[in-house]
Design a protein around this ligand. Structure first.
Ligand SMILES: [Zn+2]
Length: 604
């Protein structure tokens, strides 16, 4: 294993003792026992009561509070185990704690599941009486959301059979997929040097500026995917078939219905989003035409999509990033800075590189009675300050939403990135404003746009691919890889038009995408989040300070209402294609700006 390099974030470690001290903490052991007891007691006290409508609204609220209290305790234990493990994934004590917390969590959930099922089973009128009572006001949106699954539920016996068979069905194929993709080795040569890496690493070569290396890596990825194709194709076909079977049993009107339910959005909203994105797809083509002139390639190929614009941007260190991010937040709202600052001052961030530490970055809300924690792997690259701004956005959002309680603090996926992407924009705008030479501005803006396109257009394209894939398989049965390749290419060509040549071999590149296997129809949520924030940010620029308290209220609301209702409060209608157009227009302005800068600097 490579030695861990040291960066300016050395010594920036979090202090988890607001949760527990360690895996040996007596409080932790006590809480684990308490969790099991509480779940048992809850079951004894309430089993059959909801079904029989035996509870007064006030008693129902008491039950909800007890239920929430159990989830809070479970969340505290599970988030500590997860955070503690992420610090040293090689430590068997931490692994054992993580495993144990998951097991105890599942056991508790199994004891509580009756409550959800009984509520879903209540006749419409009875449920409505509860929902309209003042006592249950706080939980109304949450309870209504549960009821939306009612028409698709099967009997308790059938549910149990499905649940247990999925372990050897869908869940088994997911694991087989992870293991298959995880062991893929990509081998290639560039500039006389040979490389061998795992798939993720090879894919990240596409972001490097060395063209020969990018091409060699891309070719080798294709070969590696072809080698595993027989198995990957089998897994895909089974996952799609499994999804169709479940949809048929449950009578979902559409393969995307379960995902939309989880995201708390309706089909009309998703259609409005996807169609608005597709109508603006010419933007991508326009940008890549400019890019091909800037980088001076006759033709851009699939392996040139993510290559950075030539030239360098200054490196950064942890302290400087911290100041920049906090200042950017403060210009928007002093309150946002104040909250973000707590993360640094109270050791709620872990940013140094450590052997065995989990990769990537995240913010974990933990539970309302504590506070969020943020994990970064800060490497002094310019990208790291954007990640810091991003995760602090999540952190501030989660912190502000604590008053909603354990059941409603978290948002659905669709609005989960609302504050994080907004935070990135605050920082990015500040960086752009501070830049004096047009060349640096061009590089920053161009690279950012390539990321934005991958978040907006590519995700909608991937969702269309999935729709086609599921539909075609419903009509034709098991599909050959060549057939899937064709569906994939057809979808992807729409993104780039004539600006990028996707070689035939790119046809195999659907087969490693985890989302298609683990979370069908998940991808559009990324486009949703990004465009939502682009539009919100545009509103901020138009309205100025008046927008700030409205936005903060939005964050405070957490997951206490559906995205549609929450956003309506600030005058946004997410079912209206014009709303989505607003975010897309911002992207269009940026593409124009790139062209202007390229001309100004004599690159085109
Ligand atoms: Zn995020």
């Amino acid at each position: 294993m490579a030695e861990t390099e040291s960066t300016s974030a050395e010594g920036v470690e979090w202090d988890l003792s607001d949760l527990y001290e360690s895996h040996e903490d007596q409080d932790l052991k006590g809480d684990m026992e308490k969790l099991t007891e509480k779940a048992e007691r809850f079951r004894e006290k309430y089993k059959g009561k909801v079904e029989e409508a035996d509870l007064e609204p006030g008693e129902f609220r008491d039950a909800m509070e007890e239920y929430e209290d159990i989830y809070e305790l479970m969340g505290k234990i599970k988030s500590f185990a997860m955070l503690y493990h992420s610090m040293d994934t090689q430590d068997p004590d931490r692994g054992a704690l993580l495993q144990k917390s998951e097991q105890i969590g599942s056991e508790a959930k199994n004891k509580l599941i009756f409550f959800e099922l009984e509520w879903q089973d209540l006749p419409e009128e009875t449920a409505e009486e509860y929902l309209e009572s003042d006592e249950l006001d706080h939980y109304e949106s949450y309870l209504r959301h549960w009821r939306r699954y009612t028409p698709y539920m099967l009997s308790e016996d059938e549910e149990q059979i499905i649940e247990s068979l999925q372990n050897t069905g869908k869940e088994a194929f997911k694991r087989l997929f992870d293991e298959t993709v995880g062991q893929i080795k990509v081998e290639f040569e560039a500039h006389g040097e040979s490389h061998e890496m795992v798939l993720d690493q090879a894919l990240s070569v596409l972001y490097e500026d060395d063209r020969e290396k990018r091409k060699a890596a891309a070719d080798a990825v294709t070969e590696a995917l072809q080698d595993e194709n027989q198995l990957l194709n089998f897994i895909f076909n089974n996952i799609v078939q499994n999804h169709t079977t479940i949809c048929n049993f449950r009578d979902y009107p559409n393969p995307m219905t379960p995902r939309n339910l989880d995201n708390r959005v309706d089909k009309e909203t998703v259609d409005a989003l996807m169609e608005a994105v597709e109508e603006n797809v010419d933007l991508v083509e326009e940008f890549y035409e400019t890019k091909s002139e800037i980088v001076d390639y006759e033709t851009l190929y699939d392996y040139d999509r993510y290559s950075p614009l030539p030239g360098s941007v200054p490196e950064t260190d942890f302290e400087e990033s911290r100041e920049k991010v906090l200042n950017a937040y403060e210009e928007f709202s002093p309150k946002m800075r104040e909250i973000a600052e707590k993360f640094f001052e109270n050791d709620w961030i872990d940013a140094e590189l450590k052997e065995g530490k989990r990769g990537g970055a995240f913010s974990s809300s933990t539970v309302p009675s504590v506070h969020p924690y943020i994990l970064l792997n800060f490497t002094d690259k310019p990208r790291d300050s954007m990640t810091m701004a991003h995760e602090l956005g999540h952190g501030v959002h989660q912190y502000l939403a604590r008053d909603q309680g354990a059941l409603q603090q978290s948002t659905p996926l669709t609005t989960a990135e609302m504050a994080s992407v907004f935070g990135e924009m605050l920082l990015f705008d500040k960086l752009i404003n501070d830049v004096e030479d047009p060349e640096t501005e061009l590089i920053l803006l161009g690279n950012k746009l390539q990321n934005d396109f991958a978040t907006v257009f590519r995700q909608v394209i991937m969702t269309r691919f999935e729709q086609d894939l599921h539909q075609t398989q419903r009509e034709q049965g098991e599909l050959k890889s060549e057939e899937i390749n064709e569906i994939w290419m057809e979808a992807n060509k729409k993104e780039f038009g004539d600006s990028v040549e996707l070689r035939d071999q790119y046809g195999w590149w659907w087969s490693y995408v985890l989302h298609f296997v683990h979370y069908p129809f998940y991808c559009y949520a990324y486009a949703f989040g990004e465009l939502l924030v682009l539009a919100l940010y545009d509103m901020y620029k138009e309205k100025g300070d008046e927008f700030v308290p409205q936005y903060i209220d939005l964050l405070k609301a957490g997951g206490s209402e559906d995205p549609k209702d929450l956003l309506e409060k600030i005058g946004v209608d997410i079912t209206d294609p014009d709303f989505w157009q607003r975010g897309l227009s911002v992207l269009r302005e940026k593409v124009d700006r790139v062209e202007e800068l390229a001309e100004e600097t004599g690159k085109i």
